[in-house]
Ligand binder design. Structure first.
Ligand code: C2E
Ligand code: MG
Ligand code: MG
Ligand code: MG
Length: 299
């Protein structure tokens, strides 16, 4: 926390020198405030997971949910992941927070199953620091065991850039995760710099095409071409391909035509609190049936 300590020292004017403009000072203060509040957020039950459905492109049936972290702070209000995840990463708070996410996702999976909604596969997002944490496999193993969750029902989303950092180290960890039996997907695919050679060596199950391509498939022929190429690449490597950020039915139709396997986005539902996700699912099942039986052999 050298940088934070320095910000603090400067902000307090301890060295008597004002290096920061008032605006920078304000930003440093805000960061510090966020970090110290975030440090206690999990203990004070201010964190929650919301769940966004992922649907089969062909049938529209829900096949899984992605757990997305929400922070409702009594002092700061609703803080967006874009604002607090980078701070959690820089301060390494993402490691204990990530462990909370793992356990909470397993708890929710078991609660839904016990309530008769089926074994809904859940994916969670995992940062680079968490992936490189030697305790990750143990954390996952303990949570899966505590709640009796089938490992294949849990999927870890790792961004392309996370995977391409420290490749050899990453590869060993990915194999340890595969031995545990969890699924792995590459998040925000297309925004980093994948070596196709590594992609082939990584024991991954799924590619998630980044929203930046998906939202422009109708307007930009290059983005449509990239999307089609990613689907082709994924299928050649034996991977499932998901498009994220699908906002309209017209985009969904274009992605179905491009042979995308699964779709996720606001056109179906945003990330919802657990109870609202179930209400959505019940309505969805009444309309298009349940995908969970069909998905069982592969999950
Ligand atoms: P991500 O994993 O790529 O998640 C997708 C983001 O896109 C989510 O934002 C989701 O709400 C949003 N989204 C989904 N569909 C649409 C759509 O149709 N249109 C638009 N405009 N947006 C859509 P969110 O929840 O704000 O999360 C942002 C990022 O924060 C995530 O990106 C992920 O990288 C990170 N994150 C969230 N939860 C966690 C967590 O538990 N752990 C870690 N390490 N990172 C997390
Ligand atoms: Mg994700
Ligand atoms: Mg993503
Ligand atoms: Mg992202």
């Amino acid at each position: 926390h050298a940088d934070v300590a320095m910000y603090q020292a400067k902000a307090l004017g301890r060295d008597g020198v004002q290096f920061f403009t008032p605006e920078l000072n304000e930003r440093a203060h805000k960061r510090l405030r966020l970090e110290s509040r975030l440090r206690h957020a999990a203990d004070r039950s201010e964190l929650a997971l919301h769940y966004q459905p992922r649907v089969a492109a062909a049938s529209g049936r829900m096949v899984a949910v992605e757990a997305l972290l929400r922070w409702d702070s009594p002092e700061l209000g609703c803080v967006q992941p874009a604002e607090f995840i980078p701070i959690a990463e820089e301060s390494r708070l993402i490691v204990p927070i990530g462990a909370w996410v793992v356990r909470e996702a397993c708890r929710q999976h078991a609660a839904w199953k016990a309530a008769g909604y089926g074994a809904i596969p859940i994916s969670i997002n995992v940062s680079a620091l968490q992936l490189r944490d030697p305790a990750l496999v143990g954390t996952l193993d303990a949570a899966l065991a505590e709640f009796g969750v089938e490992p294949a029902a849990l999927e870890l989303e790792l961004t392309e850039s996370t995977l391409m950092e420290a490749v050899e180290e990453t590869l060993a960890q990915l194999h340890a995760l595969k031995r545990l039996g969890v699924k792995l997907s590459v998040d925000d695919f297309g925004t980093g710099y994948s070596s196709l050679n590594y992609l082939n060596r990584f024991p991954i199950d799924r590619l998630k095409i980044d929203r930046s391509f998906v939202r422009r498939v109708l307007d930009d022929p290059a983005d449509l071409a990239i999307t089609r190429a990613i689907v082709g690449l994924g299928h050649t490597l034996g991977l499932q391909v998901v498009a994220e950020g699908v906002e309209t039915e017209a985009v969904a139709a274009e992605l179905r035509a491009a042979a995308c396997d699964e779709l996720q986005g606001f056109v179906f539902a945003p990330a919802l609190p657990a109870a609202e996700l179930i209400a959505w699912l019940v309505e969805r099942r009444a309309k298009v049936g349940s995908a969970l039986e069909a998905a069982t052999p592969t999950i």
